[in-house]
Design a protein around this ligand. Structure first.
Ligand SMILES: [Zn+2]
Length: 385
């Protein structure tokens, strides 16, 4: 599970990108990644022959039915693992965005940061604990049946799969539960949450290379079918590696963002009337060193911002024949920003109303214009993008 944070203002990605909606767990939307469906298809090819080999007297149809039943039960076990994360997170007062079912487990997207390392530790540890419990349950069931009976194979397969899920999720790199535990431990020791996240994320990136290595050298660790094991582990390495990289990038951006200051990016602006010819407005702006044009109406209210890109795209010989309002975006609430905005507050204000220019003003009046290009340059200078 990860601590991916989501801006609630952002629209949900379409279902086919992130997964297929599959109901709710304790009120939290559940989506199933297409990768899980690929895995089920693979499993339906690999498991029936294996069951036929292990269980005396199991026919072709019987082995397919039993394989399907095993997949359904394992699906339930993975859901129970995630449900335990969700329950603990909710009990600690944190919001959970959704649960995404992927390979070898799933991700519960906790929207709020845990307040204390101890909370983060509890949320992470309960999942593997749940899987260990289910593995024990499987072992008890398996032991209750005669060797090579269906119940025996079923029980021990369930025990084995849950054991693998617990062990895999305890690997100490983000986004895995073990990575969350490592992060909580570093956070507890250093009191620096960002540093802890970046360190545990780097371990996660390292793990993905290790998984690629296992996929190439010892795929039989996860499946008796070598090809299946290799494909599965490579997919897994991809999921772990890409999620770890996202976690590291977000943590780095989060630590750099507070240094993002609107006042250092402001362009001096000239206010003009809507009907002023563009050529005249550009000349006046140059004269006073202004680098942006804001349109005011007859009541001295801001009514639009002239787009720099549109001005540059207009040939000089046409500029005397156009009025500034031809190249302006009409004013709306989201285009006016407070000069006090910094860091994440500034980023989320801009994400809410995407534009090429923003008017920056407070109760004392116009302070200037913030251009998106200047913001991107500032973010690059901070190493965020
Ligand atoms: Zn987990």
């Amino acid at each position: 599970m990860t601590d991916q944070r989501h801006d609630e203002q952002q629209p949900e990605p379409p279902a086919w990108v992130s997964g297929i909606p599959a109901g709710r767990i304790f009120g939290v939307p559940l989506v199933v990644s297409p990768m899980w469906l690929i895995l089920v298809a693979f499993a339906m090819v690999v498991i029936p022959p294996a069951l036929r080999d292990h269980v005396a007297g199991l026919g072709d149809i019987g082995s397919v039915v039993a394989a399907f039943a095993l997949i359904v039960v394992v699906y339930g076990a993975v859901l129970a693992h995630e449900a335990s994360h969700v329950l603990v997170a909710k009990a600690l007062g944190l919001r959970v965005g959704r649960v995404v079912l992927q390979l070898l487990g799933a991700q519960s997207e906790v929207l709020d940061e845990p307040r204390r390392p101890g909370d983060a530790y509890l949320i992470a540890a309960v999942g593997p604990l749940c899987s260990v419990f289910l593995a024990g349950l499987g072992a008890v069931i398996g032991a209750g049946f005669e060797r090579h009976s269906l119940g025996w194979t079923f029980g021990w397969s369930f025990a084995y799969i849950n054991g693998v899920v617990a062990a895999f999720n305890l690997l100490p790199g983000l986004p895995l539960d073990g990575g969350q535990i490592l992060r909580a431990a570093i956070w507890h020791r250093t009191t620096d949450k960002t540093k802890a996240t970046i360190a545990a994320g780097h371990v996660g990136q390292g793990l993905s290379y290790l998984i690629v290595g296992v996929a190439l050298v010892a795929p039989q660790l996860v499946s008796s079918d070598k090809a299946f094991g290799t494909v599965y582990l490579l997919l897994l390495a991809f999921v772990v590696g890409s999620n770890a990289s996202i976690v590291v990038a977000r943590a780095k951006a989060g630590s750099a963002l507070p240094r993002l200051d609107m006042r250092t990016m402001l362009r001096p602006a000239l206010t003009v009337e809507a009907q002023l010819p563009l050529a005249e407005a550009v000349r006046r702006a140059r004269d006073i060193g202004a680098r942006a044009l804001v349109i005011v109406d007859g009541h001295n209210r801001w009514s639009g911002i002239v787009s720099e890109q549109a001005v540059q795209a207009t040939p000089v010989e046409r500029q005397p024949w156009m009025s500034v309002s031809d190249l302006a975006r009409p004013m709306e609430a989201g285009l006016v920003l407070s000069p006090d905005l910094t860091g994440e507050a500034l980023m989320s204000a801009i994400q809410k109303t995407p534009a090429s220019e923003y008017l920056v003003a407070d109760s004392n009046g116009l302070k200037g214009v913030l251009a998106r290009t200047d913001l991107i340059a500032a973010l690059r200078a901070l190493g965020v993008r």
